[in-house]
Write a protein that binds this ligand. Structure first.
Ligand SMILES: NC(=O)c1ccc[n+]([C@@H]2O[C@H](COP(=O)([O-])OP(=O)(O)OC[C@H]3O[C@@H](n4cnc5c(N)ncnc54)[C@H](O)[C@@H]3O)[C@@H](O)[C@H]2O)c1
Length: 337
């Protein structure tokens, strides 16, 4: 039977060490940033990637020259500035988007909307024109709105495939795995906690009851653990004290998700990741749940599974915020000139 928990951190290690032969061309848009650089390094280090296309408004010639000296087979090219965006995207199979401003202390992810909505919409325009068949993995926040934005832009071009547009929430799963492993003295690489909903505050819903291996916490500790997973991004923003948000752990999580997409594209079976996607599983148009990945993106939505009363309450409490963030993204594209 297919396991909803078939995604240990070991996948990243596989991405680094696999001898699989794959000819994927992967673009990173925002490649010079805090996430973009270490993410590009991890992708360059993978045999799953044959061409790595690095795009940003600044510094990509340097980042590309630097990475191109690494003795792995991915061919690296750097593209800088809006006039080189189309060239960066032509022929890409997977496009990963960490472009956009990160949070500073005191900001919510939604505070980034005004800047990042325009950036993501512009990049989605270019994907629609140059590689409409590509799988798109959006890291830029607020993910709860940037996925509706990406989807609406692609619809305008008539090239929207809901099975290929992913909001990357993997960092929430990675954090939940690390925190649970720490509390229970387990090997984090063997822990898998599905995290559903969205990617901001109360919309981040860890399903500790579905953790593999099975773990139990007293109610008070469960509530504190859930709150820590929901606020973990803010923990990093505060610790960085104005120097940005999670970059290294996000690069790890972005690479893990991209390798899963590439593994599934290469025909590997049973690849499951949670991500924020177009969904029929709840009354929200977009919702994150475990997804079985295949050659063409989502093969099957594995749904929410059986929830405890505590988790049902978390889902109910997330709905209003999620719906508002989705509407905000859709309205942005509808009103865009
Ligand atoms: N999904 C998640 O779990 C998650 C986690 C952490 C951060 N994030 C988000 O990722 C984004 C990037 O964070 P960061 O720390 O790397 O920020 P950063 O400021 O270090 O890097 C962003 C990069 O994007 C580039 N950029 C800006 N506008 C662009 C455009 N129009 N085209 C191409 N590139 C452009 C910048 O030049 C910069 O190099 C932020 O929105 C942040 O909130 C998401």
């Amino acid at each position: 039977m297919l396991s909803r928990a078939a995604t240990p951190a070991a996948r990243l290690a596989r991405g680094l060490s696999s001898s699989a032969h794959c000819r994927a061309k992967v673009a990173v848009l925002g490649a010079s940033g805090g996430i973009g650089q270490p993410l590009s390094l991890l992708l360059k280090n993978s045999p799953l990637v044959s061409q790595l296309s690095l795009y940003d408004l600044a510094h990509t010639p340097g980042v590309a020259a630097d990475l191109s000296h690494i003795e792995t087979r991915a061919q690296v090219s750097g593209y800088m500035g809006a006039e080189q965006l189309d060239a960066a995207l032509r022929g890409c199979d997977v496009v990963v988007i960490p472009a956009g401003v990160p949070r500073k202390p005191g900001m919510t992810r939604d505070d980034l909307f005004n800047t990042n909505a325009t950036i993501v919409a512009t990049l989605a325009d270019a994907v629609a024109r140059n590689c409409p068949e590509a799988v798109i993995c959006v890291i830029a926040n607020p993910v709860n709105s940037t996925i509706p934005i990406t989807s609406e832009v692609l619809k305008k071009y008539g090239v929207y495939n809901p099975n290929k547009v992913f909001g990357v929430t993997t960092l929430d799963i990675v954090r939940a795995n690390a925190f649970v492993a720490d509390l229970k003295g387990l090997d984090p690489a063997r822990v898998n906690v599905p995290v559903i909903g969205g990617h901001a505050g109360v919309t981040i819903i860890p399903l500790i009851s579905q953790c593999s291996p099975k773990v139990d916490f007293p109610a008070e500790q469960l509530a504190a653990l859930t709150a820590r997973i929901q606020d973990a991004g803010t923990e990093v923003v505060k610790a960085k004290a104005g120097a940005g948000s999670a970059t290294l752990s996000m690069a790890y999580a972005g690479a893990r998700f991209t390798f899963s997409v590439l593994d599934a594209m290469n025909g590997k079976e049973g690849v499951v990741e949670c991500a924020y996607v177009r969904s029929e599983e709840t009354e929200c148009k977009y919702f994150s749940t475990p997804l079985l990945l295949g050659k063409n993106g989502i093969e099957k939505n594995l749904g929410l599974g059986r929830l405890t009363a505590f988790e049902e309450q978390l889902v109910a409490g997330a709905m209003a915020e999620l719906k508002a963030s989705i509407k905000k993204g859709e309205d942005f594209v509808a009103n865009r000139k």
